[in-house]
Ligand binder design. Sequence first.
Ligand code: UT7
Length: 329
Amino acid sequence: MSNIRAAIRGIHAWIPDYKLTNAELETMVETNDEWIVSRTGIKERRILKGEGLGTSDIGVEAVKGLLEKTGMKATEIDFLLCATTTPDMQFPATANIICDKIGAKNAFGFDLNAACSGFIYALTTAAKFIESGTHKKIVVVGADKMSSIIDYTDRRTCIIFGDGGGAVLLEAATDEDGIHDSALYSDGSGRVYLHQKAGGSVRPATAETVAAKEHYVFQDGRPVFKAAVKGMSNAIETVLKNNNLKIEDLNWLVPHQANKRILDSVSSMTGIDPTKVVINIEKYGNTTNGTIPLCLWEWEDKFKKGDKIMLAAFGGGFTWGAVYLTWAY
Ligand code: UT7
């Protein structure tokens, strides 16, 4: 095994200004603030408004802020990996578009799609490029414009999702802190519960698919809920065990934000002190690949060097997993 470890050297995130509140959703679909808050914990979500704006624009703002914070030039990035489920286009990769817009002329890049687990999959993938010594400065973006695939007449999904994202800089660790371990899983049989019916190669876009609203998120929420609690809890326990850690050794759990009740169930199943669980779902809803970077960004000032942090996610696929790291600055 390589003795180079990858470490997060900086984090920045970006959210659009427009707040879609529960009160506004009440005017759009048959729902109410009490139902949304008690069933999901969400009070508002951000929406990217404006003609011609897509996920790359969220990524660009996040990366620009990251470059400013870390004092790095765009031309120093040698690899940019973008985790997204709502790419600007079917092709080319949103990573390529971000690189072009920020002037990252020396970077290669591609997108990674693992739905809501995309950011932890991407972080683990990028870490391998650092560990192998082939790449020195890698930017991992997790961003989604979920509003582009949400049916705002479907109360089962439109209350959940929002737009936003963030970016981290990965470099070789200079000491023991950084990314230590991960456990990633997938089970494609779960695809029946959470998917977008049309727009891919099986069912390309036609007037019929548009009329049938097949270009939006379809979700059968209950089975996804159950699988998310089990999947995230098991992944966390596996990673703890593999690193000889107990749940009380963790300083923070940074979970994907899909539903406050999922987070409460994962807390009670793993036995973690709920005050250590990072939660901001009330402000942003589920931003898919954006949730974990948005949490890291908001909690950055609270993290101390050496803090033991577990990231965990679950999403469409099904995909799920956990990443263990110690904060490097
Ligand atoms: O991030 C990717 C992974 N995704 C997830 O982890 C999501 C997991 N699932 C969930 O978070 C929850 O299942 C939802 C939030 C999607 C739904 O909550 P639920 O407690 O599972 O509700 P439900 O779908 O079982 O619906 C319960 C009732 C239904 O009415 P009836 O049939 O009991 O009369 C729904 O029609 O609530 C109704 N309902 C609503 N009522 C008011 C569903 N959506 C709404 C709504 N407002 N927005």
